[in-house]
Ligand binder design. Structure first.
Ligand SMILES: [Zn+2]
Length: 473
């Protein structure tokens, strides 16, 4: 039994002013493709994996057409070389949007289907933030998605997708995936799977997959920042031979989600930017961590909006850290001035001038350097002490999701009263070390106030943009 493995993974934020280019993708080829126990699983099952390539990039703006076409060409060529195969496992995200092409997974799965023909089953693993098109589901035979957010179950989800494919091949099963789209737009920050109502909904999935005639069930939250005709919450149930059973289970789950639509809540307390700063300054315990949720770099934010920095400076915040702000020009100016120099800079707001524009600051360059693993060369990060605020500038979009990433830039978040990061929900290391977390509802490409975003392509009506309409699966 020969199974080809490959994929192109991207979570596209169409509200980002930045494009995702070929160079933004990290491409694992051949033996580097898998570290998730897939090879061991296949070996136990007597299957041979042909590892082609898996390309993935940080969440970001629309994928450039030339970048996607080149990646697709490389993947199809590698799959072609792998032929003949008995099955294909695709490692995808599910929310890729390509300039001039539209839904990336639809286009890619169409091409893979054409290449391998109708008789080779295709199984797919997805992120639960995927936006799923009916045509994509029609192109493949089995799909399964992550069941945790924040994500902890990537490896087991991939193994589940592969195991489903091996079982289908071995037992000669005809798989029937059923997709139900629910007209619901949910930001990821409102669906943390350890919190109700998501917790109970996700807990249903493993049991559902044990029902007769059902092989797997998934609940996809979708990516609310992809303005696409397929951006909704989705339910996928993979049936064996009996589409009616799978459809019935999908409808039951979809009804349960719809009935809970008003119950999804943010996992952290929320406040407007200024209010978050005022509350953090008055807090008895430190550090208070504020997430600049409208410019969430881990969900495709530009990484350089200046709302929070302006608010910190305007309120005279002391012992505050902003980690980080993307501005390659300012980093270079700090490097030219040298450590200890006083500098006047225009920072941020360059890639996303629609959201605030650059801010003028004056301060002292405290630290210059590069992250571990970046080797030697020009500094890629600088810190500037500006009144009571330390501004961590970086030359590219990078998330500071833990204390270690900030320590690499010479700052200790635990010594601050206030730490602002460009995230949505905080990553575990920061949650565990914050005295308090406030999610600031700032504007930007990852605005959590969905009614402030210029949607044009999502299906209508959709809750909560539209209210008071009736929906039945
Ligand atoms: Zn995700």
């Amino acid at each position: 039994m020969r199974i080809a493995v490959g994929g192109i993974r991207h979570e596209t934020n169409t509200f980002s002013p930045l494009y995702t280019t070929y160079d933004d993708f990290f491409i694992a080829r051949g033996p580097d493709v898998t570290g998730d126990g897939l090879v061991e699983l296949a070996r136990r099952e007597g299957a041979e994996l042909v590892l082609t390539l898996v390309a993935s990039a940080y969440p970001g703006g629309l994928v450039r057409a030339d970048a996607y076409r080149r990646l697709k060409r490389e993947l199809l060529a590698a799959l072609q070389r792998a032929l003949p195969v008995d099955g294909v496992y695709l490692d995808l995200h599910g929310a890729m949007e390509v300039e001039g092409i539209g839904d990336g997974e639809t286009d890619l799965s169409t091409a893979v289907r054409e290449l391998v023909g109708d008789n080779v089953p295709i199984s797919v693993s997805l992120d639960l933030h995927g936006n799923i098109s009916p045509a994509f589901v029609a192109n493949v035979n089995a799909l399964t998605a992550l069941r945790t957010a924040p994500h902890r179950d990537g490896p087991e989800t991939r193994r589940r997708a592969l195991a489903m494919l091996i079982r289908a091949l071995r037992e000669g099963l005809a798989l029937q995936p059923v997709l139900l789209k629910i007209p619901l737009l949910l930001p990821g920050e409102a669906v943390m799977t350890a919190t109700e109502p998501a917790r109970s909904l996700y807990q249903r999935l493993p049991a559902l997959a044990q029902e007769p005639g059902i092989l797997d069930a998934s609940l996809l939250v979708g990516c609310a920042w992809t303005d696409s005709p397929y951006t909704t919450v989705s339910v996928i149930v993979v049936g064996v031979g009996d589409e009616a059973a799978a459809r019935q289970e999908a409808e039951t789950l979809a009804r349960a989600i719809w009935s809970e639509r008003r119950a999804f809540r943010f996992g952290h307390e929320t406040a407007a930017a200024d209010e978050a700063v005022v509350q953090a300054m008055a807090a008895a315990l430190a550090p208070v961590m504020i997430t600049d949720s409208g410019d969430n770099v881990t969900a495709g934010g530009a990484g350089d909006t200046t709302y929070m920095l302006q608010s910190l400076l305007a309120h005279g915040a002391q012992d505050a850290l902003l980690a980080g702000l993307m501005d390659p020009i300012a980093v270079q100016q700090c490097a030219s001035a040298g450590q200890g120099a006083r500098v006047s800079l225009l920072v941020g707001g360059r890639s996303d001038p629609a959201h605030h524009g650059p801010l003028s600051i004056t301060g002292q360059v405290r630290w210059l350097g590069r992250a571990a693993g970046e080797g030697s060369g020009e500094p890629t990060m600088a810190t500037v002490a500006c009144e009571g605020v330390t501004v961590l500038l970086c030359s590219d979009r990078r998330p500071f999701v833990d204390r270690a990433s900030m320590a690499q830039a010479g700052v200790d978040p635990m010594q601050q009263r206030i730490v602002v990061v460009k995230q949505g929900y905080l990553f575990p290391d920061l949650v565990d070390h914050a005295a308090r977390v406030i999610m600031a509802l700032t504007p930007g490409a990852t605005d959590l106030k969905l009614d402030r975003l210029p949607y044009g392509r999502v299906p209508r009506p959709i809750f909560p943009l539209d209210q008071g309409f009736v929906w039945e699966p």
